[in-house]
Design a protein around this ligand. Structure first.
Ligand SMILES: [Zn+2]
Length: 144
């Protein structure tokens, strides 16, 4: 799923990853959310930039653009997009109030080692490959 959620996109525009040690929900549902280097929207360049991240992540920020989340179903990807934006808003609020206090390494480790629902975007890689094949056959560039 691709969207331009304002708070999460703010992190992408600032070139700052959403900290992965502040909120249990973020750690448990999404894991680390890397920033994919900028690629022109709607072109194969952006797809090429995104592809290397798909197998290892369930959510991505697109530099100066927006966010992408993956899931086994559209609902799962949508929940991850909502969770990403919700976490970004909470972190921005925490910074407004004061200095966010990170979870300690043991707490983060427990969350990271718990089995996550629908981990990794392997299914999404298959969809991208199928979409590219379909788009090439139809003479269109894949758009992300
Ligand atoms: Zn977009």
């Amino acid at each position: 799923m691709h969207a331009h959620p304002p708070a999460a996109t703010g992190f992408a525009v600032a070139g700052e990853e959403i900290p992965a040690n502040l909120l249990p929900e973020l750690i448990f549902l999404l894991g680390r959310v890397p920033i994919v280097p900028y690629g022109t929207p709607g072109t194969p360049e952006l797809g090429d930039r995104v592809e290397p991240y798909l197998a290892e992540h369930d959510a991505l920020l697109l530099a100066n653009h927006g966010a992408v989340t993956m899931g086994r179903t559209l609902d799962e990807a949508w929940i991850r997009m909502e969770s990403l934006e919700h976490a970004a808003r909470i972190i921005v609020a925490a910074r407004t109030v004061g200095s966010p206090r990170p979870l300690d390494a043991a707490a983060v480790g427990k969350l990271e080692s718990a089995p996550r629902p629908g981990a990794t975007g392997e299914g999404c890689l298959r969809v991208v490959e199928e979409y590219r094949g379909h788009s090439a056959a139809a003479g269109r560039a894949p758009a992300i």
